[in-house]
Design a protein around this ligand. Structure first.
Ligand code: NAD
Length: 272
C-alpha cells in the first residue's frame, strides 16, 4: 500500500502541448498544485505566457514554450531547451488538438460537400500533432528509461459524432496510437515508460462553445442532444479530469499502460 500518493510528483517536469487551452491549462494547473513544473507549449508565446502567469499567481512553477506540434524542428528546439534548463522531462501531455469550423459538415450538407484541405488539417492536427511530439519527447524517456505520455482522445473516437468526420477519425487514430506506443516503448525500454489516453466527453471550450451554447448561454439543439445523452446531465468542467490525470501521472498507475480512460459523465456507457 502506498501512502501520500502524489508526493512523488513534486519536482517532476511536464510538457503540455496546447497548454494555453481550456483542458491543457486545467491539467497544467492541477499538476503544478502537486509540485510538478509545467511547460506550457502553444502556438503563440503570448498565449503560453498568459497560462504560465495564471499558474504562477496560484503559487505554481511553470514556463512557456512556443512550438507548433506539426513542426519537428520547433519541437526539437523545445526539447533541447527543457533538457538544458531542467536536465530531464517526466511527463508529456498531448493536449493540442480539436476540430476546425471548415471541417464540420453543415446540418444541410452531405459528405460530398466535405472540403479535403480542411479535413486534412484536422487529421494532421490531431493525429500527426500527437505522434510527432511523442516521437520527439519520448526520445528523452527512452534515454531515462522513464516517462509518462498522456494523449487526449474524445468521446467521438469510440462512436463517431455526426458532422465531424475528420475529428472523429483522428481521435480514433489516437486511441490506436496510444496502444501502439505503449507496446513499442514498454517492449524496448522496460516498465518505466507508460502511455495512456484520457477520453473527455463534452467540456465547453473555445472550439465547441458555439456548437453547444447559444450566445445567451442556453443550449443549442446539438447541445441539448448531448446533454440528453449524458447520464450525469451536464457538461464536464476542466477539474473533472484532475483525478484521472493524477492517477495516470503517478506511481498509483505503475502497471497501467495502453489504456483509454473515459471521463464523460457516462456518455460512452449508454446508447439512448
Ligand atoms: P482549446 O482550443 O481550448 O485548446 C487547444 C489549444 O491547442 C489552444 O491553446 C491552441 O492554441 C493549441 N493549438 C492548436 N493547434 C496547435 C498546434 N498546431 N500546435 C500547438 N498548439 C496548438 O481546446 P480544448 O477544449 O482545451 O481541447 C484540448 C484537447 O482536448 C483537444 O485535443 C481536444 O480535441 C480534446 N477534447 C476536448 C473536448 C471538449 O469538450 N472541450 C472533448 C474531448 C476532447
Amino acid at each position: 500500500m502506498k501512502t501520500n500518493e502524489f508526493a512523488e510528483l513534486k519536482g517532476k517536469v511536464a510538457l503540455i502541448t496546447g497548454g494555453a487551452g481550456v483542458l491543457g491549462g486545467g491539467m497544467a494547473s492541477i499538476l503544478t498544485h502537486y509540485g510538478v513544473i509545467a511547460g506550457i507549449m502553444d502556438l503563440t508565446i503570448e498565449g503560453a505566457e498568459a497560462a504560465v502567469d495564471a499558474i504562477k499567481k496560484n503559487g505554481g512553477e511553470a514556463f512557456a514554450v512556443k512550438a507548433n506540434v506539426l513542426n519537428k524542428e520547433e519541437l526539437q528546439a523545445a526539447r533541447d531547451f527543457i533538457i538544458e534548463k531542467y536536465g530531464r522531462l517526466d511527463i508529456l501531455i498531448n493536449a493540442a488538438g480539436g476540430n476546425m469550423p471548415g471541417a464540420t459538415i453543415g446540418p444541410d450538407q452531405a459528405i460530398y460537400d466535405m472540403q479535403l484541405p480542411h479535413l486534412q488539417k484536422v487529421l494532421d492536427l490531431n493525429i500527426i500533432g500527437t505522434i510527432l511530439p511523442s516521437q520527439v519527447f519520448s526520445e528523452v524517456f527512452a534515454k531515462q528509461k522513464s516517462g509518462i505520455v498522456i494523449n487526449i482522445s474524445s468521446a467521438s473516437a469510440q462512436r463517431p459524432l455526426s458532422r465531424v468526420v475528420g475529428y472523429s477519425a483522428s481521435k480514433a487514430a489516437i486511441d490506436n496510437f496510444t496502444k501502439w506506443l505503449a507496446v513499442e516503448l514498454a517492449g524496448k525500454y522496460g516498465d518505466g515508460i507508460r502511455v495512456n489516453a484520457i477520453a473527455p466527453g463534452f467540456f465547453i471550450g473555445e472550439q465547441n462553445r458555439a456548437l453547444l451554447l447559444n450566445p445567451d448561454g442556453s443550449l443549442t439543439q446539438r447541445g441539448e442532444k448531448i446533454i440528453d445523452h449524458t447520464p450525469m446531465g451536464r457538461f464536464g468542467v476542466p477539474e473533472d479530469l484532475d483525478g484521472a490525470l493524477l492517477f495516470l501521472c503517478s506511481n498509483m498507475s505503475n502497471f497501467v499502460t495502453g489504456t483509454v480512460l473515459n471521463i464523460d459523465g457516462g456518455f460512452a456507457a449508454t446508447s439512448i
